[in-house]
Design a protein around this ligand. Structure first.
Ligand SMILES: [Zn+2]
Ligand SMILES: [Zn+2]
Length: 285
């Protein structure tokens, strides 16, 4: 049985490899279908489709939208949507604009801590409109202020650290609605971020489902066996689709590989058909 990978980042957001390079890694890992899910942007999809056609890899249109409930950041994955939908493009552009409000504030804080960096340098290094903290981390590594992306987050960029700035994010219900309006299926990414388990997670998922959530990312690079089992049970209980992916980023998450995650990830191709069927239903409702 071949494997798939429905969660991958490229240089179109905070990944360090192009879509074509990610697809070549996928090909080597025996991945037969994948979704490029860059943060708040879909511009990597055409390159993925072109390379996918060459390598015989099926491309599922994808995106990952950041949202929050109170202080908890939740990421909503969108699949099988019409990624060229003009309304979706407009909404994603608005989200990216909010990144350009936050990032200069982070840079200001770093400068006030004595670090000599500018937002222009970060934007040049990023080379994309979907600029995020991992790009800032990369510049800090280049300038030898930190030794790794983890070091940058631990010392400066994570919540509670001196250069942390909260970002205005949409509610999950909005992200879900935007994906559905473009004919896609909305899936809760890496559910550990919800910081609740058991009944708490059940309640959260039931709320999100009432708001239109279609699935949950059960298989994920850093999930323990116990977590995978818990999420699988919740998906069954709430009649949610099951998805999975590595969340490959390249150098900012150096241990995670396309298709295999930390080594033992295997997402079954059997998960694809239910996802596509749900998207078809969304299109016709
Ligand atoms: Zn995420
Ligand atoms: Zn991701």
């Amino acid at each position: 049985m071949s494997r798939i990978d429905l969660h991958l980042h490229t240089t179109h957001s905070d990944g360090s490899f192009s879509a074509a390079e990610v697809l070549r890694f996928a090909h080597k890992a025996g991945v037969t279908a994948l979704a490029i899910t860059d943060h708040d942007i879909v511009s990597g999809i055409p390159e993925a489709i072109a390379t996918g056609a060459e390598l015989g890899i099926e491309i599922i249109p994808g995106v990952e939208i950041s949202s929050c409930v109170g202080k908890t950041e939740l990421h909503i994955l969108g699949y099988c949507m019409d990624w060229q939908d003009p309304e979706l493009s407009r909404r994603l552009a608005t989200l990216r604009a909010s990144r350009h409000t936050r990032n200069p504030q982070i840079i200001e804080r770093l400068r006030s801590l004595g670090l000599d960096i500018t937002y222009e340098e970060v934007r040049t290094l990023a080379g994309t409109d979907s600029v995020g903290r991992p790009h800032i981390a990369r510049l800090l590594i280049e300038k030898k202020y930190v030794t790794s992306a983890k070091d940058a987050f631990d010392r400066y960029l994570s919540e509670g650290r001196p250069a942390y700035v909260a970002r205005e994010l949409p509610q999950p219900a909005d992200a879900i609605a935007w994906i559905r309006a473009a004919g896609g299926v909305a899936v809760l990414a890496h559910p550990t971020w919800a910081k609740v388990s058991g009944e708490g997670l059940n309640t959260l998922l039931a709320t999100l489902k009432a708001e239109g959530l279609g699935g949950i990312e059960v298989h994920y690079s850093t999930h323990s066996k116990r977590q995978t089992t818990e999420y699988l049970d919740l998906a069954k209980r709430l009649d949610l689709l099951v998805t999975g992916g590595s969340d490959f980023h390249g150098i900012t998450k150096p241990d995670i590989e396309v298709g295999t995650g930390l080594g033992d990830l295997k997402v079954s191709e059997k998960l694809l058909d239910p996802l596509k069927k749900a998207a078809l239903l969304a299109h016709h409702s």
